[in-house]
Design a binder for this molecule. Structure first.
Ligand code: SF4
Ligand code: SF4
Length: 93
């Protein structure tokens, strides 16, 4: 298994439900680059190059540098992402 696949597997397994408090699992930024990240060097496709990872926890380096980015990227509003399984569960509930 590749390193990225291992990291993603942990992220999927530890990700909270959408709307719950963020636990820095990293799933969102490992799989997709947000609009701000695309503008500021994160690349077009995940993992975002601006993501900092440490012990299976992941942090936006922009938000760490400047509080203004916390609001811009929506980092204070709970988990914003859904896995494919979560989407299927929501649509078939
Ligand atoms: S929140 Fe930060 S790390 Fe995540 S995709 Fe956006 S710029 Fe990249
Ligand atoms: S917002 Fe991203 S890092 Fe935070 S819990 Fe959700 S998927 Fe994980």
């Amino acid at each position: 298994m590749s390193d990225l696949l291992k990291i993603l597997t942990v992220a999927v397994e530890t990700k909270p439900r959408k709307g719950d408090a963020c636990n820095h699992c990293g799933y969102c930024c490992l799989t997709e680059v947000c609009p701000v990240g695309k503008e500021l060097g994160g690349g077009e496709y995940g993992p975002c190059k601006l993501l900092r990872s440490e012990d299976n926890k992941h942090y936006c380096s922009l938000a760490e540098k400047d509080d203004a980015f916390i609001k811009l990227i929506g980092a204070s509003t709970g988990c914003c992402a859904e896995t494919q399984n979560e989407v299927i569960a929501r649509l078939t509930a």
